[in-house]
Write a protein that binds this ligand. Structure first.
Ligand SMILES: [Zn+2]
Length: 265
């Protein structure tokens, strides 16, 4: 059993404001440790559930957040951005049996996390085939494109609800709930316990139940906050501007969606 873990930070237990997500800021250290503890819990649970090989992809901002020495010794860690369009799931391929996403967060245009956004923060929302797209959705389709089911996600409650809508049998660990610019969280140590237990159950269960069918056609829509970014993006091959702030793109290869999202600002 080979498991891939993609770890973000904005859905880490307790995290509420951007300075807590930013390397170099005094608030960051506490949440970097909690992010690491949650990834360690997912690794340990996965190993108890039967995972023999685990690759962790640090998937937030600098992609240099996780404290590597805290991870179990048999885990490999991917840091920094290569530029590959898989971005937050860079390194995921057909050789994996299952994927787990930790510290994930609500999508752009939602009100269920004070840190809600999708990819860059420059959009009001991104839609794929008329469905509001979270990073969870984008990365789950990437996983589906290489035949890997996403069996578990941790993060804010809004994201967990969205995840179950996309993948009904996925296991979730909701650790917080946003309300306006505030956040209500469970205790960080309890989150770690729940993540470990849930990862064990998810990995020892049937990953096939979480298989996500990949659509055959993709219609991508981005509503930009800034019309100037929309104008610039309209020159991406195949993209077109609708009105002043909306970009649309249609294609039949999911990798072309990822290619587009890699170049969007
Ligand atoms: Zn992030």
């Amino acid at each position: 059993m080979k498991v891939f873990i993609s770890a973000d930070i904005e859905g880490t237990t307790g995290i509420t404001v951007w300075t807590e997500c930013e390397k170099g800021k005094p608030d960051y250290e506490e949440f970097r440790k909690q992010m690491t503890a949650e990834v360690v819990a997912a690794c340990e649970g996965a190993m108890e559930g039967g995972a023999k090989e685990i690759v962790v992809r640090d998937a937030h901002d600098t992609a240099r957040n996780i404290i590597a020495s805290s991870l179990p010794e048999n885990v490999k860690l991917i840091r920094e951005w290569s530029g590959h369009p898989f971005q937050m799931v860079q390194g995921l391929d057909e050789s994996f049996d299952a994927a787990i996403f930790t510290g994930y967060h609500s999508r752009a245009g939602s009100d269920t996390s004070p840190l809600a956004h999708t990819l860059t923060g420059s959009s009001m929302y991104i839609k794929i085939n008329d469905r509001y797209a979270s990073e969870f959705l984008i990365n789950s389709y990437s996983a589906a494109s290489v035949g890997v089911p996403v069996i578990m996600v941790t993060g804010d409650k809004g994201l967990c609800v969205d995840a179950m809508d996309l993948i009904p049998n996925i296991r979730t660990v909701p650790v917080s709930e946003g309300e306006g610019t505030s956040n209500i969280s469970i205790h960080p140590n309890l989150a770690v316990k729940k993540i470990k237990e849930t990862a064990k159950q998810a990995v020892s269960g049937d990953p096939g139940k979480c298989k996500l069918p990949l659509p055959k056609i993709f219609q991508v829509e981005i509503l930009y906050k800034d019309n100037r970014l929309a104008y610039k993006t309209s020159f991406y091959p195949g993209a077109r501007l609708e009105g002043t702030h909306t970009i649309k793109l249609e294609c039949d290869d999911y990798f072309d969606v990822l290619r587009f999202l890699t170049f969007m600002k």
